[in-house]
Design a protein around this ligand. Structure first.
Ligand code: XMP
Length: 310
C-alpha cells in the first residue's frame, strides 16, 4: 500500500468534508488517536481543536506526558477534567459491557456533547481502525469508538458527525502513517492502549482505590517489559481475593495478572515467553503494592482469550 498517497487522500478528504467548519478530536496518547491528531492538524490546522479528556482511567502521568509530546510538535492540546463524571458513572457497575457502555455514553454524550456545543464543532475525528470495526460487528466486543456500525447515528444521538480517516487500516498500517507524519518514535512505537483505558483492566467495580492499584502495577509492567519488543503488555486487577502472609500475619489480598503478547494486529496473539528472571522481578515488585499478595502470568493466547479482560 502507498501510505503517502493514503495520507494525502485522507487529508484532502478531511478538508473537503469539514469545509469552513470546526472539527474536534480527542487524543488518548495511543498510536491511533495520535495519528488522527497529527493528520487532522496537517489537514485542518486551526480548524481542528484537540482535547485530552482526563477521565481518571489513564496511566500514571499520562495527561502531562501527552500534553508535552504534542506541544513539542506545535500542536495545542486542551486538557479537560472529567474525572468526577467518569468515576460517578462507573460506580457500582461490574458487568463488562455495562462498564464499556457507561464510558461510551460519558465520553461521547456528556463530555464531548458539552465541548461540541460550547465550541460549535460539527465534526468529530476519531481513530477507529479496521480491527475495531471487525470485532464489534462480529459481536466479540463493543469497542467504545464504534457507533455507526452499531446503528447509532451520532448526528442524531449526540449532535455531531464522526469522521474516521483510519478505518481502512490495521495497526501496522497506522504505524507506517505515523512515521510519515513525523510523530516521535516514543509515540509510534508505543504499545497499544485501549480507549476505555484502565477500566478494561479492572475486573469488577472501578473505584479510585482499585484504579490506583492497577495504575501502579501498570507502571511496573511497562517499565520492566519496555525492552522486550513485545506487541503489548499490561496489568489486570482481578475481582477475587486470595489468602497470603505479610509481616507474619494472614492477609486476604488482591491479585494482579500480568499479560504480555506477541501479535501484528491484535486479532490473534501468542503469549510472550518472558525470561524467568523478568517474571520473578515483576512478581517481586508487584506484590510490594499495598494490598496485592499474588501476581500471576497469563498463559492464554488469543483466541480463546481476548487481550483485555473487560
Ligand atoms: P481485545 O481485548 O479485543 O483487544 O483482544 C484487541 C486490541 O484492541 C485494544 N482494545 C481497544 N482499543 N478501544 C480501543 O481503542 C477499545 O474499546 C478497545 N478494547 C480493546 C486492545 O488493547 C488490544 O490491543
Amino acid at each position: 500500500m502507498d501510505y503517502q498517497k493514503f495520507l494525502d487522500d485522507q487529508a484532502a478528504e478531511l478538508r473537503r468534508t469539514v469545509g469552513g467548519g470546526l472539527a474536534i478530536n480527542a487524543l488518548s496518547g495511543g498510536v491511533d488517536s495520535s495519528v488522527v491528531t497529527a493528520l487532522g492538524h496537517r489537514a485542518l490546522g486551526g480548524q481542528l481543536k484537540t482535547i485530552f479528556v482526563d477521565n481518571d482511567l489513564m496511566r500514571e502521568g499520562e495527561p502531562a506526558y501527552v500534553h508535552r509530546i504534542f506541544s513539542d510538535m506545535g500542536i495545542p492540546i486542551e486538557v479537560i477534567d472529567a474525572r468526577r463524571e467518569f468515576l460517578a458513572t462507573l460506580a457500582g457497575k461490574t458487568d463488562p459491557e455495562e462498564k464499556r457502555c457507561a464510558i461510551t455514553e460519558t465520553f461521547y454524550k456528556t463530555v464531548f456533547g458539552r465541548v461540541v456545543r460550547e465550541s460549535g464543532a460539527r465534526f468529530l475525528l476519531h481513530g477507529t481502525i479496521l480491527t475495531d470495526i471487525e470485532e464489534t460487528v462480529a459481536g466479540i466486543k463493543r469497542q467504545h469508538n464504534i457507533l455507526a456500525q452499531l446503528g447509532i447515528d451520532p448526528q442524531q444521538a449526540y449532535g455531531y458527525q464522526v469522521l474516521e480517516p483510519l478505518k481502512t487500516l490495521r495497526k501496522d498500517g497506522v504505524r507506517e502513517v505515523a512515521r510519515l507524519l513525523g510523530l516521535p518514535t516514543e509515540i509510534t512505537r508505543r504499545i497499544p492502549f485501549p480507549g476505555p483505558a484502565l477500566a478494561t483492566r479492572i475486573v469488577g467495580e472501578v473505584t479510585p482505590e482499585r484504579l490506583a492499584t492497577v495504575r501502579a502495577a501498570t507502571a511496573i509492567v511497562e517499565e520492566e517489559l519496555a525492552d522486550t519488543g513485545a506487541f503489548q503488555y499490561l496489568a489486570v486487577l482481578l475481582n477475587d481475593r486470595a489468602t497470603g502472609i505479610r509481616d507474619g500475619k494472614r492477609e486476604f489480598g488482591q491479585i494482579i495478572v500480568v499479560r504480555s503478547i506477541e501479535s501484528s494486529d491484535a486479532r490473534t496473539a501468542a503469549v510472550t515467553e518472558l525470561p524467568w528472571a523478568t517474571l520473578h522481578r515483576l512478581s517481586e515488585r508487584i506484590t510490594r503494592i499495598p494490598g496485592i499478595n499474588r501476581c500471576l502470568y497469563d498463559l492464554t493466547p488469543k483466541p480463546p482469550a481476548t487481550v483485555e479482560y473487560v
